[in-house]
Design a protein around this ligand. Structure first.
Ligand SMILES: Cc1cc2nc3c(=O)[nH]c(=O)nc-3n(C[C@H](O)[C@H](O)[C@H](O)COP(=O)(O)OP(=O)(O)OC[C@H]3O[C@@H](n4cnc5c(N)ncnc54)[C@H](O)[C@@H]3O)c2cc1C
Ligand SMILES: NC(=O)c1ccc[n+]([C@@H]2O[C@H](COP(=O)([O-])OP(=O)(O)OC[C@H]3O[C@@H](n4cnc5c(N)ncnc54)[C@H](O)[C@@H]3O)[C@@H](O)[C@H]2O)c1
Length: 472
């Protein structure tokens, strides 16, 4: 058995825990997959490296409306893919070499590991490791529903779809969440004929209703969107393509042919890969390792000494900026047991890099109205169209909007939901205001807003906050 000061399961956000303060201490980092984890290898980074060229390709379609004729003459899939993964794979490899070979006090174990005791782990090859402190940063993985045919080679998850040998002519995407929305944009903008099979009536249902409804409308205009449809089987056609059998809302049967099927039906925490339940750590219903505000792992509601968790394996938010935040909290707490920091999950923002782009933070309108009823306060709501401000008008934008929600008496901003160009950037000043307690009225009039920048749509939304019931 080898004993360490610190053992970390997972080299995604877990890798950031090895800070200079640990110099001279013995650390084990254990990675059963590709070094660097989801965001770097198969998540945020490669997807956004595809989104950017997809947007360039898409601009050709949009520019004509404004009198600029741009023609897309081709997409070189291999060049696009290889540019992305040549860069990413070398970062992953460099991280692996640095941790594995160059850092004297760090041992990299490249295999799966499971708990055998609170702070004792056994690797797949039988090595036993113990540590004073253990951090579970084991992430999550794609869920593939139990539908016949989803084991065919034409069926992919986000883990493999970005490395296809050639760009598919036709793609069927199962699911209507973040991954479905982003890949529908990527592949269709690059020229693939995209069909989406979505169980419910709307896409991105976890978001504010206005966003979900308006985005579904935009999606319907761009892609073949089959809402209220369930895939019941995928079969090989024997010529490299597949046929999916679908059942519609009224039981109608439909078949969709595709060259590639992308399954985007959610991700589950990897707690089962670590054996966390076997040693009695508390798990939430969805398999998340339960932690307290200090990221300490719990057993029967009480912190287990020296065991921490962070990121997708324990967080209700499967987002990299949340995993990074929690990693910073754990970094501090590992070294300062007498002055623990708590994670701040009050205003967690998210962006969906689809078309149109979406960004969100705080309460939805529905949640804000419920809160108002519960607390005896009033919620103000504003929806401002991009097209009503100078820059949106210049863009001839017809779909973009900013929705803001605030408390009437105090002007406290409760939520912001933006759909349209640069949504992920436009929302940042609102996130800042929420974190630092800047009220909507001061935010609107207490500073300059550059004219005629797109940010004026946020300014105007702040100025037009009204009670939704009276419109007054
Ligand atoms: C397609 C896609 C796009 C995304 N885009 C965004 C985005 O734009 N913005 C955003 O904020 N988030 C995005 N996310 C989510 C983001 O990638 C995750 O929230 C984040 O990477 C989670 O980090 P983590 O450190 O918790 O886990 P990971 O990075 O997944 O690291 C966990 C590591 O632990 C390893 N592991 C698990 N169990 C064991 C074990 N028993 N033994 C050894 N090793 C083990 C795994 O192999 C894995 O490498 C995206 C996700 C996907 C799939
Ligand atoms: N830009 C970003 O921040 C970003 C991008 C991609 C992924 N992510 C993270 O990764 C997570 C996972 O993404 P996702 O899109 O897979 O999950 P999701 O939870 O966003 O969406 C899952 C979709 O699959 C549907 N679904 C679930 N089970 C199904 C079944 N059996 N049959 C048909 N449909 C089914 C759901 O109704 C939903 O529409 C996201 O929730 C997000 O936290 C973030």
């Amino acid at each position: 058995m080898t004993h360490y000061d610190l053992a970390i399961i997972g080299s995604g956000s877990g890798n950031t825990l090895i800070t200079p303060e640990w110099d001279g201490k013995k650390i084990a980092i254990i990675e059963g997959g590709t070094f660097g984890g989801t965001c770097l290898n198969v998540g945020c980074i490669p997807t956004k490296m595809f989104v950017y060229p997809a947007e360039l390709a898409r601009a050709a379609t949009d520019a004509g409306r404004l009198g600029v004729d741009v023609q897309l003459t081709g997409v070189r899939w291999e060049a696009l893919r290889d540019r992305i993964f040549t860069r990413i794979d070398s970062i992953s490899e460099a991280g692996r070499t640095y941790r594995g070979a160059e850092l004297e006090d760090v041992d990299l174990y490249e295999e799966e590991v499971r708990f055998t005791g609170d702070r004792t782990l056994k690797t797949a090859s039988g090595e036993v490791i113990s540590a004073d402190q253990v951090v579970i940063a084991a992430g999550s993985r794609a869920v593939v529903p139990d539908i016949p045919g989803l084991d065919l080679p034409q069926v992919h998850t986000s883990d493999t779809v970005m490395r296809l040998t050639e760009q598919p002519r036709r793609m069927l995407i199962i699911g209507g969440g973040y991954i479905a929305a982003e890949f529908a944009h990527i592949f269709s903008s690059l020229g693939t004929d995209v069909t989406l099979a979505v169980r419910s009536e709307f896409m991105l249902r976890s978001l504010d209703d206005t966003v979900s409804e308006q985005f579904t409308e935009s999606a319907r205009a761009q892609w073949k969107l089959l809402t209220g449809h369930q895939v019941s089987r995928v079969s090989s056609n024997g010529d490299g393509s597949v046929t999916a059998d679908l059942a519609g809302p009224d039981g109608t049967a439909l078949q969709v042919e595709a060259d590639v099927v992308l399954v985007a039906t959610g991700r589950k925490p990897n707690s089962d890969r670590t054996g966390a339940a076997e040693v009695g750590f508390d798990l939430a219903e969805d398999g998340r390792v339960e932690v307290d505000v200090f990221q300490r792992v719990l057993r029967r509601g009480q912190p287990v000494e020296g065991v921490w968790a962070l990121g997708d394996v324990s967080s209700p938010f499967q987002l990299k900026h949340v995993a990074n935040h929690e990693a910073r909290v754990v970094t501090h707490n590992l070294l300062h047991p007498d002055a623990l920091h708590a994670s701040d999950h009050r205003y967690v923002p998210a962006a969906v890099f689809t078309r149109p782009q979406i960004a969100t933070v705080g309460l939805t309108e529905e949640q804000a109205l419920e809160r108002a009823e519960r607390t005896g306060s009033k919620a103000l709501v504003a929806v401002q169209q991009y097209g009503s401000t100078a820059y949106g008008w210049a863009m001839e934008d017809t779909t973009g909007f900013v929705k803001l929600i605030a408390e009437e008496d105090t002007g406290t901003i409760l939520g912001a939901h933006i759909m349209g160009q640069d949504a992920s950037n436009l929302i940042q000043p609102v996130i800042q205001a929420m974190h630092f307690g800047l009220d909507a009225f001061t935010m609107a009039r207490g500073q300059y807003w550059i004219h005629p920048a797109l940010t004026e749509v946020v300014e105007n939304a702040l100025l037009s906050l009204k009670t939704p019931s009276t419109g007054g």
